[in-house]
Design a protein around this ligand. Structure first.
Ligand code: FES
Length: 149
């Protein structure tokens, strides 16, 4: 006759759950402390020109948003000026702006801020300043932004 003894008793299971929850709680407290003292190494703005893609990778009338240091940048291919690049951070309350090909404007979804794609200036809405202009250049068929581009 065989008896079936459970490998994990009820008490053992509860102890295991308690330990997992305790470890999760400790990690939740220690994680932010570690992140504060040893933050990820993200430059505010890259010191070197940043490659965006091949010269033809952004068709006319289209845009691309990429990480530019700590914040995103938006690169547009305008029919009037060709490639232009701006900080994608709205100057109102720092929402991320987006290109709207239908309206032909850079739009901030948070409070209906609208920016001119040709120079980043404010068309309407609450943003107090234009978008930050980022240098743009093409070297050997590759688009670069920032640095001395
Ligand atoms: Fe962009 Fe308010 S954050 S309009």
């Amino acid at each position: 006759m065989t008896t079936h003894e459970p490998k994990l008793t009820r008490r053992g299971f509860i102890t295991l759950i308690n330990r997992v929850l305790a470890a999760t709680g400790v990690a939740a407290v220690i994680g932010p402390v570690v992140a504060f003292f040893w933050p990820a190494k993200l430059e505010e703005v890259p010191s070197e020109p940043l490659p965006v893609g091949d010269q033809g990778s952004i068709p006319e009338g289209q845009a691309k948003t990429i990480r530019y240091g700590r914040y995103p940048a938006i690169i547009l291919n305008t029919p009037e000026r060709g490639l232009v690049a701006y900080s994608a951070v709205c100057t109102h309350f720092a929402c991320i702006v987006k290109w709207n090909p239908d309206s032909g404007m850079i739009e901030c979804p948070c409070h209906e801020g609208y920016f001119d794609p040709l120079d980043g200036s404010v068309i309407s809405g609450p943003p107090p300043e234009p978008l930050g202009v980022i240098n743009i250049n093409i070297q050997a068929g590759t688009i670069f932004i920032g640095g001395d581009a």
